[in-house]
Design a protein around this ligand. Structure first.
Ligand SMILES: Nc1ncnc2c1ncn2[C@@H]1O[C@H](COP(=O)(O)OP(=O)(O)OP(=O)(O)O)[C@@H](O)[C@H]1O
Length: 619
């Protein structure tokens, strides 16, 4: 049995953040899984002139430059390559890895040993069947923190790992964890994100008759068929920006003639600067003739998977109730047979807390717009989108852009008036949402609708609506609306804080996963690689350590020989490698004839050097 030891063989399968030292370091007991002998007279680990090199992989070609190797005697089964005052004695039928917390120890799959190396001037001593080799010329070595490799970065011994695992992982981890949810995001969140990506990236098949490109955008697909209900006619597309590859939402105004580009651009610039979490941001505006007319294109951020409030809460029905003409037109009376039919078709009335959840977001967006001295002017269920969590005013600024008067010096001179209109429109929208009926806001039905609301909802809601619909209201949302929302605001903040905590938690996991992916990428590029026609490149020098480390990571087996699959083993080991800790790891060749002990810091150095070599060859 050969040992390559740079120090204590004390591989432990510490779970993240926990150092688990299963063995007594001073012990030299044949019954112990691994025995350690402190040999204070052992000097540095001397490269034994690489004599007698065999056909085995030239393990020492680079590593031995700085690693002291003491050859073993051929007469003894054990050869120890010791660099520190500790050596390691393997015991037959024992695995040399620290027990995992659940007492199931992995073994390394057999792998060929490094070559036999003999050297003169080496003193050997057999203790309990293990042969130790000491260089007699060297002064006695003490177990020091001296790095064994020429490190291009300083290694500072760490009291713990640089990596600090999220607390819940450290606390909740089960002894043998196959629970991927501890390390990866929950399935439902993953599915939501995947779905969003899919919606963002898929190209509709019915886009063949659309232009291939407009301005800097390509891959157009329809988000909604052309609407002739608005003047000018409009169409909404999803498109990809040519240089960034990002997707955007393009709103096309058909046959639109601009009277004064300069003045219109003033308005555009103001809206481009406006950004709010409850508003879709306007990115740019341009004209195009690719559709065969003079079209004006407004480019907005795309919020994939969004639906309008109209489609979410006022589901169009086959008989046309609810969506005929303007969103707020129609002739159903709140308590008429027709209106009852419509409410049934649109679903049951909303829970009050859901309604307040919507109101808070609507007023939040509106407050942002008004504080920027702008007005929304499109508080309509078709112009508010909902992505499952967030409400946003879509197509903000559109009305200012298409209705600006070139004869007016200040394009925003009517903003106060429009802000009042916004509040009235907000009142109507709340009525429609509460009654789940678009016609409920008609002048002759509004009183009935408010009666209905006062029967089903709190007086706060009714008061808010009557305030918003009254002609003499303050224009400030903060002064006028906020006090009526009252304590519900805190509930909303709590909800958002919880969401934010949950997301941060997920981010923490993914941050670690991203870090480990980079390491795996590097390892994968090095392991098994042939470089510059050198078929043994990945088997020699520093790369040999990485090969054994890869085996230790992924190919460990339990006592009964079955694969040892434990996320925590792989993740905590990779984290130690990433941190370059001074903890030692014990690696074993596949034929179980060689054991190599080195610190994670040294392993990290091996990885850095091998990958640098690859990168250099790539230039
Ligand atoms: N920024 C956006 N990101 C993603 N989807 C959006 C965005 N803005 C709007 N949409 C979606 O685009 C679709 C079309 O919106 P649009 O306003 O054209 O609807 P509409 O009901 O046809 O209104 P109009 O009659 O005014 O055209 C809707 O399904 C809406 O959810």
């Amino acid at each position: 049995m050969e040992f390559f030891s740079n120090g204590i063989s004390n591989e432990n399968l510490a779970y993240m953040g926990h150092t688990n030292l299963p063995y007594n370091i001073q012990q030299n007991n044949i019954e112990s899984p691994v025995s350690f002998n402190k040999k204070s007279q052992v000097s540095e680990f001397i490269p034994p002139s690489r004599l007698n090199s065999t056909s085995s992989p030239s393990f020492y070609t680079t590593y031995s430059n700085t690693t002291n190797i003491v050859n073993g005697s051929s007469s003894t089964p054990t050869k120890v390559y010791a660099s520190t005052s500790y050596s390691v004695t393997p015991i037959k039928n024992r695995n040399y890895l620290g027990d995992s917390p659940q007492n199931i120890s992995p073994k390394i799959m057999p792998q060929e040993s490094p070559p036999n190396i003999y050297s003169a001037g080496i003193h050997q001593e057999n203790v309990g069947g293990t042969t130790y080799f000491y260089s007699q010329e060297q002064p006695p070595a003490t177990y020091s923190e001296e790095p064994l490799l020429p490190l291009s970065y300083p290694i500072t011994p760490m009291p713990g790992h640089i990596y600090t695992p999220p607390a819940h992982i450290a606390n909740n981890i089960k002894p043998k964890s196959y629970h991927s949810s501890i390390f990866f995001m929950p399935e439902d969140l993953r599915n939501i994100l995947l779905l969003k990506n899919e919606i963002t990236n898929n190209i509709e098949h019915d886009s063949s008759n659309l232009p291939l490109e407009i301005d800097n955008y390509h891959s157009l697909s329809l988000l909604e068929a052309t609407s002739n209900l608005t003047v000018p006619s409009t169409t909404t597309y999803k498109a990809t920006h040519s240089s960034t590859g990002l997707r955007y939402c393009l709103r096309r105004l058909h046959g639109f003639r601009i009277q004064s580009v300069k003045q219109m651009m003033q308005v555009v610039e103001v809206w481009k600067k406006f950004s709010h979490p409850n508003c879709v941001t306007l990115r740019e505006v341009f004209t195009t003739k690719v559709f065969g007319d003079n079209s004006l294109i407004l480019v907005y951020d795309l919020h994939a998977g969004s639906q309008t409030l109209l489609s979410k809460y006022f589901t169009p029905t086959a008989n046309g109730y609810g969506t005929t003409g303007s969103a707020f037109s129609g002739d159903a009376r709140p308590f008429s047979h027709k209106s009852t039919l419509q409410r049934t078709a649109n679903g049951p009335i909303l829970q009050e807390n859901e309604l307040w959840h919507l109101i808070i977001q609507l007023t939040c967006g509106l407050k942002g717009i008004h504080q920027a001295n702008l007005a929304c002017r499109s508080l309509d269920p078709t112009k508010i989108i909902y992505d499952g969590k967030r409400l946003r005013f879509s197509f903000v600024g559109l009305n200012d852009i298409i209705t600006f008067d070139p004869n007016q010096q200040n394009p925003f001179h009517l903003v106060n008036h429009y802000q009042q209109d916004d509040l009235t429109a907000l009142g109507k929208l709340i009525v429609a949402l509460a009654c789940r009926c678009l016609q409920s806001v008609h002048r002759d039905q509004i009183q009935h609708s408010i009666d209905l609301i006062s029967r089903h909802y709190s007086s706060d809601l009714k008061n808010l609506i009557t305030y918003l619909l009254s002609p003499n209201k303050m224009k400030s949302i903060v002064e006028g609306v906020m006090p009526k929302i009252g304590v519900r605001f805190y509930h909303h903040v709590e909800y958002l804080e919880k969401q934010s905590d949950m997301m941060e938690n997920e981010l923490l996991k993914e941050m670690d996963n991203g870090r480990l992916l980079r390491l795996l990428f590097k390892l994968g590029c090095i392991n098994e690689r042939e470089l510059n026609l050198d078929v043994t490149w990945s088997e020699t020098g520093n790369r040999y350590m990485l090969k054994l480390f890869r085996d230790y990571l992924f190919h460990s087996v339990t006592d009964d020989g079955s694969p040892w699959l434990d996320y925590s083993h792989v993740i905590s080991t990779l984290n130690k490698l990433d941190a370059g800790t001074m903890e030692k790891v014990q690696l074993m060749s596949r034929d179980e004839q060689s054991v190599l002990v080195l610190t994670y810091a040294e392993l990290k150095q091996c990885l850095v050097e091998a990958f640098n070599e690859l990168s250099f060859n790539n230039m």
